[in-house]
Design a protein around this ligand. Structure first.
Ligand SMILES: Nc1ncnc2c1ncn2[C@@H]1O[C@H](COP(=O)(O)OP(=O)(O)OP(=O)(O)O)[C@@H](O)[C@H]1O
Length: 812
């Protein structure tokens, strides 16, 4: 597919003039014109030697906006007679492995057209951690044999930190592209000072790029970045890039930017005729979304979201020729469940003309599988999306994903982005919808919102510069055709959604494994929902109140035991009790409402529409079914033994009591949920006390360890800096400044940790957590996906940003 034309000046007219081979390469790619962000960044970095903070909408070409300057800076050095073999020339840091791999591939593509002497001088290396499947440099220093590793596409060898380091030394890599953890590892002094060489080679760095800079902070990489930057010279250029620069950016600015220029590119391309016909142009004026994007909100009750999603996929494929679609969910378990459900339940794709090919991507997948899914989805041949005819042979590729695919990934030709769940962090909204309408192409995005409080999300986003229209709702006709109807005309129940629910329920009944997957999805969804940053827009209580209807709509047979439900039902019971007393019904009323642990709409064991025979409810998976039958047999044997003991007048053995209790808890017949309320309460209090105590102990141990490590690190650093100081006075000053900087960051971190622990303690005591043990697979913290610890947000908020900030290139 031909590249869409960008709206900036032609590459050939940019200053400084680009190398002829680079111009040819860009032209061959079909990029005759630059994008505004590319046109504005090049002269600032290369000619005016400025540090930059660049905020530009998704898909506006930020990658080339730093790779082209990187190549031009390297070229200038080489032309000045520097062979670039003294040390590292530039360093690009990205928050996730996939992004680093993507940028590395773009650089490899550019270098493929470079003259051989340039290619021999510039040796890129990819540094990513966190998995056994790794990627490596394709660079080859002249005269160095590739040895046992393949040098084809830079993918698929196994690299540990040690092999990365060995390669770095062997090849003399001078352009590093990687994630913070692995880069930090490379630069940290190894045991017996083994890696001092890498730190020394950092002293020549000329350009440091932090891409998706705000995400780097969100993921808590501040400490790693501080270490990395600590190894660099102060006389370098630093460039921060993102589509969303948060307030926390001031923390990154502290990482040594000198009088940075802020580049804000709000409109990146002229709207297409199609986009002009919609509200897309208006959105673009607000500046937060690409001008070619049409953004919509579909409002529906919680329990109809799934039915609406399925209709939406079919409707967009039929009417807007959507051939590549991404659907975002909040959690990994949801992706797993809906992937299975959509694949296994034919009713979900009842229309014979619909050919939907599904892919699933999330952070808990094996990295090898994730890479394969990603590549397969990218490689899917998308049919031309310009015609709106619904061809019977057309096929639609649908990627079900968590936020693992929300940022930075340049997935080609995505026609539609659907958000089944809005993101927990509102900032991510822009990144998600930015997977379509890239580089001037048209694109559509639909976000599903639940009726009620969630509707205020539309105004909430408007205030943040993201606008959208209401989509209306979708109804299925008797002949299976989907139609879009006016806003507000949707029924709360309809026959086809009931058919869908029945089909899902039957699928769950015929495979207990599918139901297990549903339970995990439901639990993780509720947990994630409670973590929305905009809590007033996403009140957990409203969702919990409708959880039975929601669970039914997903096909649930039985509700899991959820702390949230128990709290809700306890409240309802208390209220009913009060009402009954007020009505003068006394104890009778009281008895009516006592149904411990069983939410309304479900019976005492949690069954939603009548109980099922647990003994015959089987797994399709043979191994799981064998294990289940074995458990049943063992339980039956225990029951018989106990009955025998009782018949003989003996007291049942303690061990069998313990086992029985455990079993009852697993099957949901636990005394803990059906015993006296006061006993439950005491048990919970004791449990909570133990938890808080344990947490405090763990934290104290961790803090002591961390402080010892930091002290050791500081000592080593001081020793190193002593050596360097003899060589360069300027480095010495820098070292002092950095040491002070690091101390300050550490102080802030400690204070934050203390505050966090205090709050957690308070929260824990308040919450009285429930006993549902299903995995909380959390809204996609990319720590799962990328590498390093995603849990500690260390966004050291500080000082004011340098003077010439603000609107320098506004509205380019
Ligand atoms: N000058 C250009 N003309 C046409 N297409 C371009 C140009 N520059 C880059 N592109 C293409 O635009 C697409 C988006 O580029 P890129 O991934 O760099 O965007 P981005 O701004 O980094 O987006 P995000 O914020 O989502 O990471 C890529 O497919 C790229 O090849």
């Amino acid at each position: 597919m031909a590249a869409p034309s960008a709206s900036g000046p032609p590459f050939s007219s940019l200053k400084p003039l680009l190398a002829p081979w680079l111009l040819d390469h860009l032209t061959a790619l079909g990029f005759s014109r630059s994008t505004p962000v590319q046109a504005s960044t090049l002269p600032l970095v290369v000619q005016r030697h400025k540090d930059v903070i660049v905020e530009a909408v998704t898909g506006s070409g930020k990658t080339l906006a730093y790779l082209v300057p990187l190549l031009e800076m390297a070229r200038a050095k080489i032309e000045a007679g520097d062979s670039l073999d003294r040390g590292i020339h530039s360093l690009v840091i990205l928050p996730t492995r996939e992004l680093a791999i993507q940028v590395f591939s773009v650089l490899q593509g550019l270098l493929a057209s470079a003259p051989s002497d340039f290619r021999e001088a510039l040796i890129p290396q990819l540094l990513v951690g966190g998995s056994s499947t790794q990627y490596h440099t394709s660079g080859r220093r002249k005269g160095v044999e590739s040895g046992d590793e393949s040098e084809d596409d830079g993918i698929a060898s196994v690299n540990t930190a040690a092999t990365d380091y060995a390669r770095f030394r062997r090849d003399g890599s001078n352009v590093l592209i990687g994630t913070p953890g692995r880069v930090e590892e490379l630069l940290s002094p190894g045991k017996r000072g083994g890696k001092v060489a890498a730190r020394q080679r950092c002293k020549t760095v000329e350009l440091l790029v932090l891409d998706e800079a705000d995400r780097l902070l969100d993921l808590g990489f501040m400490q790693s970045l501080t270490t990395i930057v600590g190894a660099m010279p102060s006389q370098r250029r630093t460039a921060l890039f993102s589509a969303t620069m948060s307030d926390a950016m001031t923390g990154l600015v502290r990482l040594g930017l000198r009088n940075p220029v802020r580049v804000t590119v709000k409109v990146e391309a002229k709207p297409t005729p199609a986009a002009k016909a919609t509200q897309a142009t208006e959105d673009a004026k607000a500046g937060r979304t690409p001008s070619t994007l049409s953004n919509y909100f579909l409002i529906t009750p919680h329990h109809l979201k799934l039915a609406q999603l399925i209709r939406l996929l079919r409707y967009e494929a039929q009417e807007h020729a959507a051939r590549k679609i991404i659907v975002f969910f909040a959690t990994c378990s949801q992706v797993e469940y809906f992937y299975r459900a959509l694949n296994e339940v034919p009713a979900l794709r009842s229309n014979k003309t619909d050919k939907m090919k599904l892919f699933s991507l999330h952070g808990k997948q094996d990295p090898k599988r994730r890479s394969a899914v990603y590549r397969n989805f990218v490689d899917e041949i998308a049919l031309p999306s310009s015609s709106s005819s619904s061809s019977s042979t057309s096929s639609t590729s649908i990627l079900l994903s968590t936020d693992v695919a929300s940022r930075g990934l340049d997935l080609p030709n995505v026609d539609l982005v659907v958000q089944y769940d809005p993101p927990l962090d509102p900032k991510v909204f822009q990144h998600r919808i930015g997977r379509t309408a890239r580089a001037g192409r048209p694109g559509r995005a639909v976000c599903l919102l639940a009726k009620g409080a969630e509707e205020s999300y539309i105004d909430f986003l408007k205030l943040r510069g993201v606008k959208g229209e209401r989509y209306g709702s979708l109804q299925e006709q008797d002949d299976g055709k989907v139609e879009r109807v006016q806003v507000g005309s949707q029924e709360d129940h309809d026959a086809s959604s009931q058919r869908l629910t029945n089909a899902l329920r039957n699928a769950c009944l015929s495979d207990r494994g599918l139901h297990d997957s549903l339970v995990l999805a439901l639990v993780s969804y509720l947990r994630a929902y409670g973590k929305h940053e905009a809590r007033f827009v996403f009140p957990l209580k409203a969702l919990v109140d409708q959880v039975e209807a929601l669970a039914r709509s997903w096909g649930a047979v039985r509700l899991p035991r959820l702390g949230e439900l128990k709290e809700r039902d306890a409240k309802r019971r208390r209220k009913a009790k009060g009402d009954a007393r007020a009505d003068g019904e006394g104890e009778e009323g009281e008895q009516e409402v006592v149904s411990e642990g069983a939410p309304p709409g479900a019976d005492e064991a949690g069954y939603l529409d009548g109980s099922v025979d647990e003994k015959t409810w089987s797994y399709k998976d043979a191994a799981k079914e064998t294990a289940r039958l074995a458990k049943l047999e063992a339980a039956e044997a225990r029951r018989q033994a106990q009955a025998q003991q009782e018949a003989n007048g003996e007291a049942p053995s303690t061990s069998s009591n313990v086992a029985a209790r455990k079993r009852m808890r697993l099957t949901g017949d636990d005394d803990a949920t059906t015993g006296a309320w006061s006993d439950q309460k005491k048990r919970k209090e004791r449990k909570e006390e133990r938890r808080v105590k344990k947490g405090k102990k763990r934290e104290a141990i961790w803090r002591a360890k961390k402080e010892a490590e930091e002290a050791e690190e500081a000592q080593k650093k001081a020793a190193e800096q002593g050596v360097e100081g003899g060589e360069s006075g300027e480095d010495d000053d820098d070292a002092d400044a950095w040491a002070e900087e690091e101390r300050e960051v550490r102080r802030e971190k400690r204070a934050k940790r203390r505050e966090k622990a205090r709050k957690a303690g308070e929260r824990g005591a308040r919450r009285q957590r429930g006993d549902a043990k299903e995995s909380d697979d959390d809204a996609e913290s990319e720590g799962e996906f990328g590498m390093g610890d995603a849990s500690s947000g260390e966004d050291g908020e500080v000082g004011a940003v340098e003077s010439n900030y603000g609107g320098f290139f506004d509205d380019l």
